[in-house]
Design a protein. Sequence first.
Length: 393
Amino acid sequence: MLNFQYYTPTRVVFGKGTLDQVGEQVRAFGGTKVLIHYGGGSVKRTGVLDRVKASLEAAGIGYTELGGVVPNPRVGLVREGIALCEKEGVDFLLPVGGGSVIDSAKAIGYGVACGGDVWDFYDFKRTPTGCLPIGAVLTIAAAGSEMSDSSVITNENGGIKRGCNNDLCRCKFAIMDPELTMTLPDYQTACGCADILMHTMERYFNGQPESMALTDAMAEALMRTVIDASRALVKEPGNYAARADVMWASSLSHNGLTACGGGKGDWACHRLEHELGGMFDVAHGAGLAAIWGTWARYVLPACPGRFARFAVNVLGVEPQGDNTATALKGVEAMEEFYREIKMPTSLRELGLELTETQVLELAEKCDIATRGNLGAAKHLTREDMAEIYRRAR
């Protein structure tokens, strides 16, 4: 077991009707002029945006707004948001949506507080020294950005997707009403569930000979719960209890809880997918599902015992006599689960037909982004990365 620090400063306001508390929460954290940041038209069509504005008005808080965030959020809109905040005197950011919107708001917060080119923070040229305060209204359970220190942004110039991790961007509060996720398309719900699972798996396959028994047990329970809830939502999209489990799991999977005592985790699947997202603009959760089985088979020989435990404790696989056989059954069971919720298990199923040139470019970008330090279950060289992309085709 490794030493660890666990820091989760975000106030969680969870349950039905909690959206109407947003103005009260902004005021409690000192906001007087808010940027409401959101994606497409769904928050307008569902009435969520109007409810947010009404709550802010009731609390006597001014606001301006900026929509247009897309999956794999763009630095171009971030720069637009920074300029708008400076023009309007914004002192509090209020993303309304999912991880893409929250990540975009975090980048805006860095840019306003620190000045200069915001992409510097994602290009490893500078470290943020400040961030505007942020409160999130969650409408998509997936990324866990509402309680994490992470922000991932795509630069349209070159199709480069990069992350910046810093405690300064952690949300002051997060409004989590599972009813707000009821209108999501089935595909988006499934992508979210895949992302939640991967956030825990990245920490679970940590390459450590021993992790904390309690942390492992919590991680396994979280993954079992998300798998059960995902299956329930395929059959009954309006199942409130399943929606609530998924929403809470989204936060717990990415706020550091399931890493306690186990180190920073693996993160190879996320890094490999980031390059796919940057180059091809694929849905993040679907990209993770498409790459996971290939990655798992590639690194499994380095830690068969861990994969065997995952197979038995998370997926209910019967032990096969040795760890490697049990582990492989677990990989098969996980891929079967992805198929149940209509997630891809290969890049071809994701809609990609990679050329060898593209494989090498993806591996090069991933190696540069990780500065040659990728993987905990197994360290991956640039050649390893390229081979995983090849086999995932």
